[in-house]
Design a protein around this ligand. Structure first.
Ligand code: AMP
Length: 548
């Protein structure tokens, strides 16, 4: 296994293998089975483009050859920052086919995040689009070429910049089509090897890089697909960035492909587009999230569209309120499914045949019989059923380490291999209920914001003496960031100034604080610790008073 990652101890690995949870195939093998089963079936749809499984398989092979020609080799890391597209899927699998490990960055990430990812992963490649939503990634890539000594090749979807390679040309080049597949077979990864790296919405400014193996991720997407009732008839609508574990593998696009279904990639997430695609593509499952669902429920459903194909609307990334879940079922005429999981592994889902009470209130239960869940108090002792405690877990698809980060492992993983999720939950009748959070992150409709990361950036402003960033409630996103700021004596700042300052630090826009509260001092405990809980209360009261 790639150096810097911890494998499951032998006895823990034997069980999933013996019990059949690990199929001992790679993600590419999983796809290949679907290609073999129905080569002419449509695998991917975007706008007027439709790609059959056979076409997808060929495109992957072609690109894999070209990537080998370019010098990519097994276990190289490649920062992968493409918007949702058919090429996202082709390039992802082409890298995997030759054992190269994509590190899935969000399109929203900017120089600060990307530079940290390069410095941590020592990636040799960078895959970007030319321009997307007004942002020119070629310029970012050019900057990275100067900043990241490991970076050798930049691949651009669309028009490349100087010294950058055109991904479309590589895809169009048919020279490798009949080439010796032995070259590809020779570099095919083992199922126990790292397949991809996800980024954690962690609590610090430094990225936590989550290595996922083929075996564990194949299981992750197939097993969650089972629980969502996926089969070759499944037509999944993908709306959120595919770099999110939830959209890509829970069961998401990979789950749809692994079950021989079709993934429809939506060009946008408006109710008009969604309604049109449900009807024209006969969509059966939607992977959605809180802000989208709130939006759709507040919009008038276009009346003339036929939603009869729709079976499931899924929500993940943050909790959807019970009343909204009920309204989803009424409005869309389908089952609602809650998905509560993490890029580090554990995934819980409500079951489609759960009674309404469970579907509408719970956060689901583990997808695997082999998931080991404990809910513990601050001393690590199990709490009684129904009591709130910290969720810790281990199992056949929950990681045993981050990539190259022993200090983070020490904090996040217990000596007996349980991952601390940082969520406060209660278990009742086998179902989990998320009640709160231990970790200092803000969950903005599923996008995670590290309080510490933003505080560190704000402290870079010479006008600021101290800062504390906390979550404030928001009707659409659930939470947003509120910055409590103590300016240096004689100075004052406003929200726009803080936002502009943060933009100048090149961070993702979703992380910007959306409210500013100026303070003279922070409330502190007897030992001088800032009482974030009190600040959260102040922010909540402020938000409520504005809405009153
Ligand atoms: P990430 O690290 O981005 O995969 O985020 C994982 C975290 O998102 C979990 O530990 C939870 O805090 C939160 N989360 C994800 N899904 C849900 C959900 N359905 N309900 C509540 N919290 C969720």
């Amino acid at each position: 296994m790639l150096q810097g990652c911890t494998a499951w101890p032998e006895d823990s690995a034997r069980r999933p293998r013996q019990q059949g949870y690990w199929a001992d195939i790679t993600l590419y093998d999983m796809l290949l089975r679907s290609v073999g089963a129905a080569p002419d079936k449509i695998a991917l749809v975007l706008g007027t483009r439709r790609l059959s499984y056979a076409q997808l398989g060929h495109a992957i092979d072609r690109l894999a050859h070209r990537l080998l020609d370019l010098g990519f080799r097994p276990l190289d890391r490649v920062v992968f920052q493409l918007p949702n597209s058919i090429e996202f899927v082709i390039a992802f699998f082409a890298l995997l086919r030759i054992g190269v490990i994509p590190v899935l960055a969000l399109p929203a990430h900017r120089r600060d995040e990307i530079a940290r990812i390069f410095s941590h992963t020592k990636a040799t490649g960078y895959v970007v689009a030319d321009v997307w939503r007004g942002y020119d990634y070629r310029l970012l890539a050019a900057e990275m070429s100067g900043l990241a000594p490991s970076l050798r090749r930049v691949l651009v979807l669309g028009e490349p910049g100087p010294n950058q390679i055109c991904l479309n040309d590589l895809l169009a080049d048919d020279a490798g089509r009949h080439a010796n597949t032995a070259a590809l077979a020779a570099v095919a990864p083992a199922p126990d090897e790292i397949a991809l790296m996800l980024l954690s919405g962690g609590t610090t400014g430094m990225p936590k890089v989550i290595p996922r193996t083929h075996n564990d991720y194949v299981y992750n997407c197939r097993q969650s697909g089972e629980i969502a009732g996926f089969n070759p008839g499944t037509v999944l609508l993908a709306l959120l960035p595919m770099a999110h574990n939830y959209t890509f593998g829970c069961p998401g696009v990979l789950g749809a492909l692994g079950h021989g279904g079709t993934a429809v990639i939506a060009p946008d997430a408006t109710i008009e587009t969604v309604a049109r695609l449900i009807e024209t593509e006969r969509v059966s499952v939607i992977s959605a999230a809180v802000p989208l669902i709130v939006d759709w429920l507040n919009a008038n459903r276009p009346q003339h569209h036929d939603f009869s194909s729709l079976r499931v609307v899924m929500n993940g990334g943050a909790k959807l309120a019970p009343e909204l879940r009920r309204r989803v079922e009424l409005r869309f005429g389908c089952a609602f499914q809650e998905s509560f999981g993490t890029g580090e592994g554990l995934l819980n889902m409500t079951r489609l045949d759960d009674p309404a009470e469970i579907r509408f209130t719970s956060s689901g239960r583990p997808i695997s019989p082999a998931d080991e869940i404990r809910i513990v108090d601050e001393h690590g002792e199990d709490v009684a059923d129904g009591a709130v405690g910290e969720l810790i877990c281990r199992g056949p698809y929950t990681v045993r380490s981050y990539y190259n980060a022993p200090d983070k492992d020490a904090a996040a993983i217990t000596s007996d291999g349980y991952y601390r999720m940082g969520d406060m939950v209660r278990r009742f009748d086998g179902n989990l209920y998320v009640e709160g959070r231990l970790k200092d992150i803000i969950n903005r409709g599923g996008e995670k914001i590290s309080c510490e990361e933003i505080e560190n950036h704000i402290l870079g402003n010479p006008k600021i003496k101290d800062v504390c960033v906390v979550a404030m409630p928001d009707e659409v996103f659930g939470e947003k960031a509120c910055a409590f700021v103590i300016p240096v004596d004689g100075e004052t700042v406003d929200l726009d100034e803080i936002k502009n300052f943060l933009i100048s630090r090149h961070i993702a826009k979703f992380k910007l604080p959306e409210r500013l509260m100026l303070m003279k001092e922070f409330p502190t405990s007897a030992v001088g610790k800032v009482l974030r809980r009190e600040l959260r209360q102040v922010a909540a009261i402020e938000v409520a008073s504005v809405h009153a």
